[in-house]
Design a protein around this ligand. Structure first.
Ligand code: 13P
Ligand code: SF4
Length: 305
């Protein structure tokens, strides 16, 4: 079968079985084309709550499917590729943070959404790349322990100098590879382009950018901008999606190495097998984890709007 025929069969099956397909923007274009909703981590989990269907298929990584399950406990949530995980989300666990918290007694513990649901149970509030600054700004505490991403933490600290933000040494192993040399090289190659980066990039790269934001933020900025050329400092699939969406604008990757292999684990055929043969993994969380993680995520929604 051709890609187009597989996509047509997926569209038929999802209608017949009443399944909602969510795809993070880092998925391949052939997957975004058959999804009901696409977007960043925050947008996807919120969209899932309002979907009419009682089954949701997540094309992304495990923490995204878990967030979906926590916010929609009555829905069956399936992770299309069971071994797709976010390495940053696995860098810190509940036992480790329970110990670390002893050294930061008066700090609000803020976790990035890229964490396990179990870890969220011992944090005060979670944030996404699009809401981190706004939420930290609203916390009554001046002292904040921000986990796991040190680069996002430093970006928030730069934006909110009145807060005292402590961080540990977690990071996205791919965004963290970006350097100021990559920026200088790309700026030399494309002198008229604007540089748009994700806050998971190191501080020197974020400081050199024209815009810093979530995957959706980057896409919206480029879509609405009067500029014609953009260097994209996030996962390379964003370059591809934007080229298709805006064929008369030009998009260049900040570096060829900004590719997340975990996000690439889900294939169009995985989606097909999930729909046709009940493949994938249903997300099951204990009552304790559901309750604790929900408190942390609900606080994000309350403060983030
Ligand atoms: P977003 O919240 O921007 O979707 O980012 C998720 C992610 O994993 C970025 O690497
Ligand atoms: Fe995790 Fe980085 Fe991949 Fe995002 S790009 S899912 S933070 S490893």
């Amino acid at each position: 079968m051709t890609i187009h025929e597989i996509q047509a069969e997926i569209l038929r099956l999802k209608k017949e079985k009443n399944i909602c397909i969510l795809a993070h923007s880092y998925q391949g274009h052939e997957i975004l084309e058959i999804a009901d909703y696409t977007g960043d981590s925050y947008g996807l989990s919120v969209e899932a709550t309002s979907a009419d269907q009682d089954t949701v298929l997540m094309c992304g990584v495990r923490f995204m499917a878990e967030t979906c399950k926590v916010l929609s406990p009555e829905k069956k949530v399936i992770l299309a590729s069971p071994d797709a995980g976010c390495p940053m989300a696995d860098q810190m666990d509940r036992a480790m943070i329970e110990k670390v918290k002893i050294d930061y007694p008066n700090h609000a513990v803020v976790c990035y959404i890229n964490t396990t649901s179990e870890l969220k149970t011992v944090c005060d509030v979670c944030v996404t790349s699009s809401s981190a600054v706004q939420i930290c700004n609203q916390l009554p505490q001046k002292d904040i322990l921000f986990i796991p991403d040190q680069n996002l933490a430093q970006y928030v600290a730069e934006m909110l100098p009145e807060k005292n933000i402590k961080f540990l040494d977690g990071c996205c192993p791919y965004h963290a590879l970006m350097t100021i040399e990559d920026v200088n090289h790309a700026r030399k190659l494309y002198p008229n382009a604007q540089l748009l980066v994700h806050p998971e990039c190191p501080p020197a790269v974020a400081k050199a950018a024209d815009y810093v934001g979530s995957t959706t933020g980057i896409m919206q900025y480029a879509a609405n901008s009067e500029h014609n050329e953009f260097i994209i400092g996030t996962e390379t699939s964003i370059v591809e999606h934007m080229q298709f969406s805006y064929p008369d604008k030009h998009f260049y990757p900040l570096s060829g190495s900004l590719m997340c292999p975990e996000m690439k684990k889900t294939t169009l055929m995985d989606v097909y097998h999930c729909l046709k043969h009940n493949a994938g993994e249903e997300i099951v969380l204990s009552a304790d984890v559901m309750e604790g993680a929900k408190r942390c995520i609900d606080e994000m929604i309350r403060l983030g709007g």
